[in-house]
Design a protein around this ligand. Structure first.
Ligand code: DAO
Ligand code: DAO
Length: 206
């Protein structure tokens, strides 16, 4: 459709198409508990992918399976995150008091655990640092800010804040790790992942 999609818990809405080729596959909410006491809603997010890329990279292997065969297909989920498919995760900030320091530390925890899981090697620290060194102390992310984490051909991860590119890093491991937060095994919001799985399946069976 052409109407915006609303993330129900935050009320944040996402355009159905980004640029002219990325389509919205699912929306969700990133929460974080502070001191185990309360949960804050940090940002709403939308997961986008280039539908032609999904077909191009996944049809040969999955194109003649039925929707039900695709539904619980673990290989498909991994291939979606590992293939050279253009995807963007758009974050819209909900929490009004984010500091660069809190972003860095949340990032080290969430992305750091994935780099460990998928890479395991010694360049993890260097990769983490390369990413967080893009966050200059003068950046502000007030409520309503948009951050696009954009995976481009060749496993280049671009970070774009309110339309302005702040850095780009070429790393398959980093791209895989970021996507895992949103559509991997233990995602921030299960519903978003289920929507993405469902929509990828419908791209492949159509
Ligand atoms: O004020 O201590 C606090 C809570 C801050 C929580 C910050 C979570 C940051 C999550 C990453 C945001 C990325 C844009
Ligand atoms: O939610 O834990 C998480 C991971 C968030 C990763 C995104 C970080 C993007 C930060 C841009 C910061 C710019 C100052």
């Amino acid at each position: 459709g052409s109407d915006p999609v609303v993330e129900p818990k935050s009320g944040v809405s996402f355009p159905p198409v980004l640029g002219n080729s990325l389509r919205l596959l699912g929306v969700g909410l990133r929460r974080k508990s502070i001191l185990g006491l309360k949960n804050i809603d940090v940002y709403a997010f939308g997961v986008y992918a280039n539908g032609d890329d999904v077909k191009k990279f996944l049809s040969a292997k999955y194109g003649n399976l039925s929707a039900s065969e695709l539904k619980d297909n673990k290989d498909l989920k991994n291939d979606l995150m590992e293939a050279d498919i253009s995807m963007t995760v758009r974050l819209q900030i909900v929490y009004g008091k984010l500091t660069i320091r809190s972003i860095r530390s949340a990032y080290e925890e969430s992305v750091g655990s994935r780099l460990q899981k998928f890479g395991g090697g010694s360049d993890n620290k260097e990769l983490l640092h390369r990413f967080t060194s893009q966050f200059k102390d003068e950046y502000k992310l007030p409520r309503g800010s948009l951050v696009d984490l954009s995976k481009e051909p060749g496993y280049v991860l671009k970070t774009i804040i309110d339309g302005k590119e702040i850095g780009s890093i070429e790393s398959k491991l980093l791209c895989r790790s970021i996507l895992d937060l949103y559509i991997g095994e233990d995602p921030f919001d299960k519903r978003a992942k289920e929507d993405v799985d469902h929509n990828v399946t419908s791209i492949l069976v159509q």
